[in-house]
Design a protein around this ligand. Structure first.
Ligand SMILES: [Fe+2]
Length: 505
């Protein structure tokens, strides 16, 4: 209940900032803050560990203070991997906290330029078979105004499910990954992040031009990551679910090394539910679905997921909401027999039209269960800027579906409930949020049926990674010429027509 109240206060603060003219950059935010860009993330065992990363303007000793019921318990904990590193004009701090008690609510403070920060909070996993989380994707903002719209969207999710165990951000936190944009991100999201455990996923915009941006924003367990140059892959358990986070900034989006890691990772758990988070989408009608890496990812990832009993894959990148039916080897199967893929919409303001020229060549409508495009309206040419599909049709227009998307997933034993919502963009003078459910589905299963099939180490040496790059590139080259190119040629007339008539590529 305490956590619920604090989260509600956080949401109210964000709303107050939005209503109070906080739409322009407040140059003083970073200067006035003792720490900034602070996050508490999953890091290994979610019942006993958390990772913390934060920034300061000056070089100060990396320290954390952890409190339980107001009592400082830091001395009873193990603190590991502390680091303070100069990075892009600031100082980046990381620390891993171990030996926490399961099912316990903690507050924490971080050491900054002017002493301890305001308290943040988190709650450890209690190990039962119930959990819930909020998912967003692609805030991808450059201005404070658009970051604030993103945080309003995810705050609406937390208002709906105040006891959510964690928040997953499916990538593209910023547009250009500059210091200025990460400062805007901090100004908008720091208050929100202080009350949640975050599971961050690297997007292709999170590190443009400068390597290691993503790795330097979050304190994650990278011990099994195949590389950390531009994004990381990792996994964790929460409740009766196992989550694997992929890094689609890897070679060819997903290198063979990372696919091998996923294959081993998913066989090394007997948790009831297996869920994959990634940035780029295997199934999409957005603009990036037409390229070889998207099709290659779909074909390769699908096989690993289906071989290892993955239930759900959540992704972002293409700025629309799309859900497939249950699929096995790219064919529709009965509910619970295959993998459900969700492109989780965008929480940001940049939204994509449907590229309908891809239909029949890269994706077919019969595989889709739900689709919402979060922008526009239908234009004079009949092009669908905004529509949804629940019944096989592509032309249901509902203006309430123009806005940011958040996803709320609840697991209780053998039942997974997925709901997705749009929070309508406010028109001038509107002060109330209009939230519309755009999708809802359930997956069910008999708990206790997954068995552990792999118990070895799941690390990849730099040598092995480099060695696997050769067959990775060969596999993509063969796939591109043998599979993708013929499809692209068949699609080309319709693609050219769309470019000429609708100016959409
Ligand atoms: Fe992206």
């Amino acid at each position: 209940m305490k956590k619920t109240i604090r989260k509600c206060i956080g949401v109210l603060l964000i709303v107050a900032l939005l209503c109070g003219g906080g739409m322009t950059a407040s140059a003083g935010y970073i200067e006035d803050s003792t720490v900034f860009r602070a996050s508490c993330t999953v890091n290994g065992d979610t019942a006993t560990q958390r990772g913390f990363c934060w920034y300061t303007k000056t070089e100060v000793k990396t320290q954390i203070r952890v409190l339980e019921n107001g009592r400082d318990v830091t001395e009873t904990l193990t603190l590991a991997d502390e680091q303070c590193t100069a990075w892009e004009g600031n100082y980046m701090h990381k620390i891993t906290v171990k030996d926490l008690k399961s099912g316990t609510e903690y507050t924490y403070q971080l050491m900054g330029d002017a002493g301890w920060s305001e308290p943040g909070s988190f709650r450890t996993d209690d190990g039962d078979d119930k959990l819930s989380f909020i998912g967003i994707a692609d805030v991808q903002a450059s201005s404070l105004e658009n970051f604030m719209k993103g945080v309003r969207t995810v705050s609406a999710g937390l208002e709906m499910d105040p006891d959510a165990d964690f928040v997953v951000n499916l990538g593209d936190f910023t547009n250009d990954s500059t210091n200025e944009e990460w400062d805007y991100y901090a100004e908008a999201f720091d208050g929100f992040n202080s009350g949640v455990t975050l599971a961050p996923i690297a997007g292709n915009h999170d590190g443009l031009g400068v390597w290691h941006w993503f790795d330097n924003l979050f304190c994650l367990d990278t011990s099994e990551s195949v590389q950390t140059l531009n994004g990381v892959n990792y996994s964790y358990d929460y409740g009766n679910a196992h989550f694997a986070v992929l890094n689609t900034n890897d070679a060819l989006s997903l290198s063979l090394a990372q696919l091998k890691w996923l294959y081993n990772d998913m066989r090394s758990t007997d948790k009831d539910w297996k869920i994959v988070f990634m940035h780029k989408s295997p199934y999409t009608l957005g603009k990036d679905g037409k390229w070889p890496d998207a099709l290659y990812t779909k074909e390769t990832l699908a096989r690993v997921c289906e071989l290892t009993g993955v239930d759900l894959v959540m992704s972002g990148h293409d700025h629309q909401y799309l859900r497939t039916k249950s699929l096995k080897l790219n064919r529709v199967v009965g509910d619970g027999e295959g993998v459900t893929y969700v492109l989780a919409g965008t929480a940001g303001s940049k939204r994509y039209e449907i590229r309908d020229f891809m239909l029949d060549h890269f994706i077919t409508l019969d595989k889709l269960a739900a689709l919402t495009v979060q922008k526009g309206g239908k234009d004079d040419t009949g092009f669908y800027h905004q529509c949804y599909l629940q019944d096989g049709s592509l032309d249901n227009v509902d203006l309430n579906r123009i806005g940011g998307v958040f996803n709320n997933i609840t697991i209780e034993g053998g039942k997974l409930t997925y709901k997705a919502y749009v929070i309508k963009d406010r028109e001038e003078g509107e002060t109330e949020d209009v939230i519309t459910e755009i999708d809802s589905f359930e997956l069910t299963k008999e708990p206790g049926e997954n068995k552990i099939g792999y118990t070895g180490k799941n690390t990849t040496s730099a040598f092995e990674y480099a060695l696997l790059l050769i067959p990775s590139f060969l596999a993509l080259a063969v796939f591109t010429f043998g599979n993708w190119f013929p499809r692209f040629l068949c699609m080309l007339p319709k693609l050219v027509y769309t470019v000429i008539t609708k100016d959409v590529f």
